[in-house]
Design a protein around this ligand. Structure first.
Ligand SMILES: O=P(O)(O)O[C@H]1[C@H](O)[C@@H](O)[C@H](O)[C@@H](O)[C@@H]1O
Ligand SMILES: [Mg+2]
Ligand SMILES: [Mg+2]
Length: 335
């Protein structure tokens, strides 16, 4: 019998006991210490990094998902399977939202249950091209609130982490944003994303144009949303904005930014919603609001919209990364 069916029976008898028990769950989760869970997450991220470092150097089979720029490799899929099976072995009742599981057709539903939100390789296009910014992103949410976040920038060997209410760190060194409040003194980061339709491209380029003419000091794109946002937490950049990314790209780094003293809001200026596929992370609210005022968003299906279509990986060739490229039967290119 599902929790909802149980709730409906108890509520018919107006038994307060059930409400009491769900309140107890909420209160205990608030009091719960998820440190042990986070340390386990860090442990398996370190193991996953070894797989990524090995694969980074060798030829790759590359597949396409939602667009010719939305790449996935067997390593993305293998690392996600490895992380999820390691977590299931220790926490069998926990739930998962994994980028490649969703791409393979799993439903994306965030409940109040303890849930791991995983991007096995954030920056897959970088990984394919051996552009050295490739991250593992692991967030952990209870009652739909992120309790800890881990972003491991694998090639740089920078492990960013934060637990709600306990600060943000990179390789155990405390992090703090720049605190910059003057937009004209800001270095921004953003992402072009995988969208290649005319509306998205026009919106992205006009946003860059409008921000540059404020003026701001500059705009960068590292190629991984997770690392982009961690740069805000280090003070190495002052603000990040992006439309079109997914919850797994930023759930962990959103907590890392806020625990480093930054602000994270929706591009429309409202409260951040990790499923809305829009984010501004900044050193201060004044900078965040100034960016929200300057940019426009293009329409994106929410991640948790049941109509959102999984982007099944199509066996296809992909970009020629300048490595040895040779065709395989079935149009499958190895890079
Ligand atoms: O590399 P993935 O996990 O697919 O995430 C990236 C996304 O695909 C790109 O479109 C964005 O530009 C990057 O910022 C994401 O990190
Ligand atoms: Mg990603
Ligand atoms: Mg990914």
């Amino acid at each position: 019998m599902s929790l909802e069916e149980l709730h409906s029976i108890f509520s018919v008898f107006a038994l307060p006991i059930f409400d009491l028990s769900s309140n107890i769950l909420r209160r205990t989760s608030r009091m719960a210490d998820w440190t042990e869970c986070m340390n386990y997450g860090i442990h398996i991220a370190r193991e996953a990094r070894e797989v990524i470092l090995h694969a980074f150097r060798i030829k790759k089979a590359v597949m396409l998902k939602s667009s010719p720029a939305d790449l996935v490799t067997e390593t993305d899929q293998r690392v996600e399977r490895m992380l999820i099976s390691a977590i299931k072995a220790k926490y069998p009742h926990h739930k998962f939202i994994g980028e490649e599981s969703v791409a393979a057709g799993e439903k994306l539903i965030l409940t109040d249950s303890p849930t791991w939100i995983i991007d096995p390789i954030d920056g897959t296009a970088n990984f394919v091209h051996r552009f050295p910014f490739v991250a593992i992103s692991i967030a952990f949410a209870v009652n739909k609130q992120t309790e800890f976040g881990i972003v491991y920038s694998c090639i740089e060997d920078k492990l960013y982490s934060a637990q709600r209410g306990r600060g943000a760190f990179c390789n155990d060194i405390p992090l703090a944003t720049s605190g910059q409040e003057d937009i004209t003194k800001c270095l921004l980061v953003t992402e072009i994303g995988a969208e290649r339709d005319q509306l998205a491209l026009a919106t992205m380029t006009s946003n860059i144009h409008r921000l540059l003419e404020i003026p701001v000091h500059g705009i960068r794109a590292v190629g991984t949303a997770a690392v982009d946002m961690c740069l805000i937490s280090t003070g190495g950049a002052d603000a990040y904005y992006h439309i079109g990314m997914h919850c797994w790209d930023i759930a962990a780094s959103a907590l890392i930014v806020s625990e480093a003293g930054g602000v994270v809001i929706d591009t429309n200026g409202s409260e951040f919603d990790m499923m809305a596929r829009r984010v501004i992370a900044a050193s201060s609210m004044s900078v965040a609001r100034r960016i929200a005022q300057a940019i426009q968003a293009f329409p994106c299906e929410r991640d948790d919209d049941p109509r959102a279509h999984p982007q099944k990986a199509q066996i296809e060739h992909s970009t020629d990364s300048g490595n040895d490229v040779h065709k395989k039967a079935g149009g499958h290119r190895r890079l």
